[in-house]
Design a protein around this ligand. Structure first.
Ligand code: SF4
Length: 351
């Protein structure tokens, strides 16, 4: 996550009369955390930040320490974190208040405070450009689907109104229970884009999400309005799809398989992993949290199937020294399904 802005000061200490020790550009909702500590009479607080915000961790912890009673200890998770699927359950079990920053809840729980960290970047100039440059005008195609990420969810209603004022019929929906908000997408779930529109407007930073969207919905024209990099483009899944086909072809020669079951709380697909192993004597179930090339190298198997985060497979796949497939691609590689059934692997439900 890189879309930091400096337009708005933190709002979290406005009512306390105290000043922040560290300059920060997001609202970390420290008042909510302080209230939760008081309510629960907590002695320990655990903080978890996504990779892009880890460097803010010590500053946030320091500000919290100033606001909290002296006997409350604040700890920071050092585990990698890429989504709300990726809670540090070790730290969560050992702290009275556990705060997960930067993602909207995948599953609500009394034990966890989610602080979503909404971006304050102005999205409308870039939407305007997307309308001019890449979206079909309403006279040609009045229907447009609208999706965004958790960081821009606070502007979603305004974005919809903006498009409606331009003459579009805006189609939105909430995906499944893995998603918190209407119109929200995750790297592994584009159910909110199952709408009756041939063109989709994605508003958000980077190409990670819209590329997944284009892979999941190859029939749609996916326009990217990126307010963070101030860029408009169209998501093109061709390179990705070619890479997937090439990897499946390579895996067709594999005799031995590693089937990865990911132990992260929101990435486990146990039945799927089990089923593969039960039906293939040359497949071995491997459990792990972080799925990295180094961790797999020593197993010496011919190919791998990843039932954890699908983006590890599609985005990081080329870094592995052996073919890494999604469960659907595995079925193609062993001849159970035709090559043209290849599709993007999505993840549904929670835990
Ligand atoms: S499984 Fe992967 S893509 Fe899905 S939320 Fe987790 S990190 Fe993101």
């Amino acid at each position: 996550m890189s879309q930091e802005t400096s337009e708005r000061p933190d709002g979290d200490l406005r009512n306390t009369g105290m000043s922040l020790r560290h300059d920060r550009e997001w609202d970390y909702e420290l008042d909510r955390i302080v209230d939760a500590v008081a309510e629960r009479d907590a002695e320990t607080v655990g903080l978890q930040f996504p990779e892009g915000l880890k460097r803010r961790g010590p500053g946030v912890a320091s500000d919290l320490r100033e606001l909290l009673p002296d006997d409350v200890s604040v700890m920071i998770s050092g585990q990698p974190c890429y989504g709300a699927c990726d809670l540090d359950t070790y730290l969560m079990k050992r702290t009275d208040v556990f705060v997960h920053f930067g993602h909207s809840p995948m599953k609500e729980s009394d034990r966890i405070i989610y602080v979503p960290l909404f971006s304050n970047v102005d999205v409308f100039p870039i939407i305007d450009r997307a309308l001019d440059e890449e979206l079909a005008p309403p006279e040609e195609d009045p229907d447009v689907g609208l999706v965004t990420t958790a960081q821009h969810m606070n502007k979603f209603d305004e974005m919809r109104e903006y498009l409606e004022d331009e003459g579009y019929t805006v189609h939105t929906r909430r995906g499944d229970e893995r998603l918190t908000h209407e119109g929200q997408v995750l790297g592994c779930n584009y159910a909110s884009a199952d709408v009756d529109a041939d063109q989709m407007l994605y508003v958000g930073g980077g190409k990670f999400h819209p590329l997944g969207l284009a892979m999941e919905h190859p029939e749609k024209h996916v326009v990217i309005a990126d307010p963070v990099n101030n860029a408009v483009s169209v998501a093109d899944n061709e390179k990705f799809m070619k890479q997937r086909y090439a990897t499946v072809h390579k895996a067709m020669d594999a005799d031995t398989w590693g089937v990865i079951f990911c132990t992260k709380i929101g990435q486990g697909r146990w039945e799927q992993a089990q089923e593969i192993v039960e039906n293939n004597d040359d497949a071995y179930l491997i459990t792990m949290d972080e799925v990295t090339p180094d961790r797999l190298r020593n197993f010496g198997l011919d190919a791998y199937v990843n039932t954890g985060c699908p983006r590890i497979t599609t985005d990081d796949g080329p870094q592995f020294n052996k073919p890494m497939l999604t469960p659907g691609e595995y079925e193609i590689a062993i001849g159970e399904k035709p090559l043209d059934s290849l599709e993007f692997d999505t993840f549904h439900g929670t835990w």
